[in-house]
Design a protein around this ligand. Structure first.
Ligand code: SF4
Length: 191
């Protein structure tokens, strides 16, 4: 069997992420767990940043990935273990200029089998120009002035500031003022 290597798209800035984890709270549906890939490094400098330590690309607690195949395989292993095909790229900012090329290459590798939601501080207009393949994207910097409690239930996902919103793979807005309503769970199950 041929084993293809996937060298880094940007070898000067190998992806650095926190150890992969699983969560229910981060993916924009109310179905199942998602595997979280939390990239170190961010250039957005949001006032009141909720993860200031992750603004630093050299965050000391991060795993450094020197090969995208290894990274893809590890994500796949976590998905298998958690019976999910959902993945969240968060951070930091996976689309920071130094992270973007590797994130893009990884998104391409995952696209056929996995539903990936990317969290970024960039606007949807900026994301459109990046030519990325994802299932969902959450756009917008954190706005301290309109900060509110972020939460997710079976019915709704409320983001930490109302300027942040979710978009689908066609760049269509699927939330309003940072609030995404889910289709009724029971109706969906009974369909
Ligand atoms: S995008 Fe996120 S990690 Fe980056 S500065 Fe804003 S809140 Fe912090």
């Amino acid at each position: 069997m041929e084993i293809r290597e996937f060298p880094l798209a940007n070898p000067n800035f190998p992806p650095r992420t926190l150890k992969l984890t699983e969560s229910w709270i981060d993916f924009p549906d109310n179905d199942s767990l998602a595997v979280c890939v939390c990239f170190a490094g961010c250039q957005n400098s949001c006032l009141g940043c909720q993860s200031p330590e992750l603004q630093d690309y050299r965050h000391p607690d991060c795993v450094l990935w020197d090969n995208l195949r290894t990274m893809r395989d590890e994500i796949a292993r976590h998905c298998l273990r958690n019976h999910t095909n959902k993945v969240v790229f968060s951070g930091g900012d996976p689309l920071a200029s130094f992270n973007r090329d590797n994130a893009r290459a990884l998104l391409d590798m995952l696209y056929d089998k996995y539903d990936v939601c990317v969290y970024t501080g960039f606007s949807i207009d900026e994301v459109k120009k990046m030519g990325l393949r994802f299932k969902f994207v959450k756009c917008g910097k954190f706005d301290l002035k309109s900060k509110r409690k972020s939460f997710k239930t079976d019915d709704v996902f409320c983001l930490a500031s109302p300027n942040q919103n979710f978009y689908d793979s066609n760049y269509d807005l699927i939330s309003k003022d940072g609030i995404l309503c889910f289709e009724n769970t029971m109706e969906r199950i009974l369909k």
